[in-house]
Design a protein around this ligand. Structure first.
Ligand code: SAM
Length: 269
């Protein structure tokens, strides 16, 4: 029988392979929202120089917007443990003429960044992949006193309200890595340096043709789909399309509201 550690390791390996495979299309498959970037950059606007890191940066869809908004006064470290993601990010930044960044291939619990050196640590759609306790410990270590940690995520109940949560069989059951707000809050409270400053909720109105939604699913744009066995996935996708056909009249305009949460945390030493 497989041990708990063995199981955890095989999930991590599966995820790593998934992210390597999806990296070249990742930016096209996911929807990028400007709201959290405007909020974060606004919170940092009074600083003359900004040193920041994006943990689990992927191919850099949020990292790029962050740097574009703050311009030359910031330097961004883009950290991800997946080499292919980091490679795609580098190409994307160079194409966009961005030079004030450094890529780091490393784990979220081992940031090769100087202690007490950053104004901002942020992470988008990635915290459920990390060891939360170790990520928080490292974030607190690299942040200056009064530095800010921004965590942007879908909570478990928000995931259930997505088009997939509502209509894709077993989606909510398979996705057991996401947190509820209380769970995140109590994890922050356990770290003596990290204090929750505020929690902001975002709502994004989506309107997509069915064809586009099916394409996203087939390409596993959410890693949750990797938890289905092949035959199970095929059956679930079929049922999903039927469910959508039963619920919506205009298949060119399937609409729903995606919700996300942004936690703003201050480091007080
Ligand atoms: C869902 S993607 C989000 C990427 C990006 N933040 C975005 O929103 O486009 C999660 C990312 O976290 C990275 N990741 C997963 N576990 C990690 C870890 N332990 N340390 C660093 N990066 C990790 C993956 O390689 C992947 O690029």
């Amino acid at each position: 029988m497989e041990s708990r550690t063995g199981k955890k390791k095989s999930v991590l390996n599966k995820m790593h392979d998934h992210f390597s495979h999806i990296a070249p299309q990742y930016r096209q498959l996911r929807t990028t929202d400007l709201g959290p970037i405007l909020f974060i950059t606004n919170k940092l606007r009074d600083l003359a120089i900004i040193n920041a890191v994006d943990i689990g940066c992927g191919t850099g869809r949020y990292s790029l917007k962050f740097v574009q908004h703050l311009g030359e006064k910031c330097h961004l470290f883009c950290l991800d443990n997946n080499m292919e993601m980091v490679r795609q990010l580098k190409e994307h930044f160079v194409k966009n003429n961005i030079r004030n960044f450094t890529t780091i291939q490393s784990d979220s619990h081992k940031m090769p960044i100087q202690t007490d050196s950053l104004d901002c640590v942020m992470s988008f759609n990635a915290i459920h992949h990390f060891s939360l306790k170790n990520f928080l410990r490292e974030s607190s270590r690299v942040l200056k006193n009064n530095g800010k940690l921004f965590v942007y995520t879908r909570l478990r109940d928000q995931n259930a309200k997505t088009i997939w949560g509502m209509h894709f069989p077993s989606f909510n059951h398979k996705e057991n890595r996401l947190y509820e707000l209380d769970e995140l809050k109590s994890a922050f409270e356990k770290d003596k340096n990290l204090n929750i400053n505020s929690v902001k909720f975002f709502e994004h109105h989506r309107v997509y043709p069915l064809e586009k939604i099916v394409e996203q699913v087939k390409n596993h744009h959410y890693s949750t789909f990797k938890f289905y066995k092949k035959y199970e996935f095929k059956e679930a996708l079929h049922k999903f399309v039927q469910n959508v056909l039963n619920h919506y009249d205009d298949l060119d305009k399937i609409s729903w509201k995606d919700q996300n949460t942004l936690l703003v945390i201050e480091n007080k030493q």
